[in-house]
Design a protein around this ligand. Structure first.
Ligand code: GLN
Length: 451
C-alpha cells in the first residue's frame, strides 16, 4: 500500500529520486517468511522505510542529489542500511536531498525540488526534504535522514514531522556520503515520537567501520518514551533563540509549549548562550572546509561521471571538466569557500577562529546543562517558505539554521517535535529539544511529554 501510494504521489511531492518496487516487494516477502517461521523479530519488522539518497545501497543508485553521482551503484551497503535490512524493514526507495546535503530546501538537488505535502508551492525543508515530505505525506511511515547542521530537524519542523539527530557517534556514519565528517550524524524521521524512537533503536550502536562510533550503548529510546514523566524535570529556554527574529506565530506556539510544561509542574528557567550569535559564521567556515576536502574524491576516476574535454584530455583537464559539469552552484560555492579558508596563511584566521567559536559554544552548552536537563528552542525561525523565495540568496538560506547548528558543533543530540500550526499561515511549526551528549534518552523523554 505504501509503495502504491508512493508511486501515485511522487510526481507531486518529488520525495524519491529512486523508487524500487522489485526490491521493496522482495524484502517484504522475506519479512513475511520470517514472520511465519515464528522468529524473534525487531519491533519494526516488515515496516517499510524511505532512505535518504546519501546512504549507500547495493541495489539502487546512490546519487547524493548530484549529477556527479547520477547512476552510481555502490558496492557496499551503509551500516544503517544493513541494520534496516537485517531488522526486516523493506526499503521503498531513496529520497531526495539538496546536492551533497548542502541546503535547507532541497532546491539545490540536481533532481528538482521536493514539495511540502501541506502546500505543494512550499519547500519541505532541507537537506532531507525528500524524507520529510515522504513521511508527512504518508508515502512512507518512517524514514532515514542525515543531519550536519539541521537537515533532519528543520525538514521535520516545516512538515509537521518528528526528526532526531542522535549524539555524534551514536549511529555509524559508514556508507554515508560525507559532507562534514565532524558534524554529520544519521537519524530517524517519523510521524510521532515513539516511531522515531523505535527506528532510532534499530540504527544505533557501535560499528568498527566508523572510527568515531561510540563504544557503548545509550540504552533504548523506545523505553524512554514509554516511561516518560515530568517528575523533577528542569527545562532551559535559550535567551538568544527566543527573540523577535522568529515569526510571531512560531514564537507564540513556542511560548504555548513552555506554558503547558509550566502548568504540568516543570521548572523552566532562562539560560544565556552568548556564543550562539557566532554559530552560523563558525559553521559556514567549518562545513565548507571539511566538505571541500571530502568532495575532492569526486575526481572522475573513482566514482560516477567522467567528462572528457576535446583537444588534449590530460588528467587535470578531465577532472576539471567533470567537476565543472557534475557539481551544482551551491556545491561549487562551498568548495571555493572551504578551499580558501584552509589555504596557507588564512588557516588560523578562518578555520582556526571558527574552531575556537566551536569550543565557546560547547562551553555555553555545558554551563546551561549544569542548571537544566534539556534546552528548548523553536526549531526554525519561520514556517515553510515558498519554492524560489530564497534560492538565489545563499545568506538568507543559511540563516534558517540558526537554532539547529549549535547541536552539530557540540556533538549533542537534538530533536524536533511538532507543536502546532502558526496563526498567520496555518503551517506546521516545531519545538527543538537539546540534551547533553549521550543523554538521547532524556531528549526522547521530553519529546514524549511535549507531544
Ligand atoms: N542547511 C544546512 C547546510 O546547508 C544543513 C546541512 C545538513 O544538515 N546536511 O549546511
Amino acid at each position: 500500500a505504501f509503495y502504491d501510494r508512493s508511486e501515485e504521489l511522487n510526481p507531486k511531492t518529488n520525495s524519491y529520486i529512486t523508487l524500487n518496487r522489485e526490491n521493496a516487494m522482495a524484502a517484504a516477502k522475506l519479512s513475511d517468511e520470517a514472520l511465519s517461521k515464528g522468529e524473534v523479530l525487531s519491533p519494526l519488522h516488515g515496516v517499510p522505510i524511505a532512505v535518504k539518497d546519501n546512504l549507500t545501497t547495493t541495489d539502487a543508485q546512490t546519487t547524493s542529489g548530484s549529477n556527479i553521482l547520477r547512476g552510481w551503484v555502490p558496492q557496499y551497503d551503509a551500516t544503517v542500511v544493513s541494520k534496516l535490512r537485517k531488522a526486516g524493514l523493506p526499503i521503498l526507495g531513496k529520497t531526495n536531498l539538496d546536492e551533497f546535503a548542502m541546503g535547507s530546501s532541497t532546491e539545490y538537488s540536481a533532481f528538482g525540488p521536493s514539495r511540502n505535502p501541506w502546500d505543494l508551492s512550499r519547500i519541505p525543508g532541507g537537506s532531507g526534504g525528500g524524507s520529510s515530505s515522504a513521511v508527512s505525506g504518508h508515502l512512507a511511515p518512517i524514514a532515514i535522514g542525515s543531519d550536519t547542521g539541521g537537515s533532519i530537524r528543520y525538514p521535520a519542523a516545516v512538515t509537521g514531522s518528528v526528526g532526531a539527530k542522535p549524539t555524534y557517534g551514536a549511529v555509524s556514519r559508514y556508507g554515508l556520503v560525507a559532507l562534514a565528517s565532524s558534524l554529520d550524524q544519521i537519524g530517524p524521521v517519523a510521524n510521532n515520537v515513539l516511531d522515531t524512537a523505535l527506528l532510532h533503536d534499530v540504527i544505533a550502536g557501535y560499528d568498527a567501520h566508523d572510527s568515531t562510533s561510540l563504544p557503548h550503548s545509550l540504552g533504548s529510546m523506545a523505553e524512554a518514551v514509554k516511561n516518560a514523566d515530568v517528575k523533577g524535570l528542569r527545562v532551559g529556554v535559550v535567551k538568544q533563540l527566543n527573540s523577535d527574529a522568529f515569526q510571531p506565530g512560531v514564537k507564540e506556539l513556542f511560548d504555548d509549549t513552555i506554558a503547558k510544561l509550566v502548568a504540568q509542574g516543570v521548572e523552566v528557567i532562562e539560560v544565556d548562550c552568548p556564543s550562539f550569535e557566532y554559530a552560523i559564521a563558525a559553521y559556514y567556515l567549518i562545513l565548507p572546509a571539511e566538505a571541500s576536502s571530502n568532495l575532492a574524491k569526486f575526481d572522475s576516476v573513482r566514482f560516477g561521471l567522467r567528462v572528457t574535454p576535446e583537444g588534449n584530455p590530460t588528467i587535470e583537464r578531465v577532472m576539471a571538466a567533470t567537476r565543472e559539469a557534475g557539481f551544482g552552484p551551491e556545491v561549487k560555492r562551498r568548495i571555493i569557500l572551504g578551499t580558501y579558508a584552509l589555504s596557507s596563511g588564512y588557516y588560523d584566521a578562518y578555520y582556526g577562529s571558527a574552531q575556537k567559536v566551536r569550543t565557546l559554544i560547547q562551553r555555553d552548552l555545558a554551563a546551561a546543562f549544569s542548571k537544566v536537563d534539556v534546552l528548548l528552542t523553536p526549531t526554525a525561525p519561520t514556517t515553510a517558505f515558498k519554492i524560489g523565495e530564497k534560492v538565489n540568496d545563499p545568506l538568507a538560506m543559511y540563516l534558517n539554521d540558526i537554532a539547529t547548528i549549535p547541536a552539530n558543533l557540540a556533538g549533542i543530540p537534538g530533536m524536533s517535535v511538532p507543536n502546532g500550526l502558526a496563526k498567520e499561515d496555518g503551517l506546521p511549526s516545531g519545538v527543538q529539544i537539546l540534551a547533553p551528549a549521550m543523554q538521547d534518552a532524556q531528549m526522547y523523554r521530553v519529546g514524549a511529554i511535549i507531544e
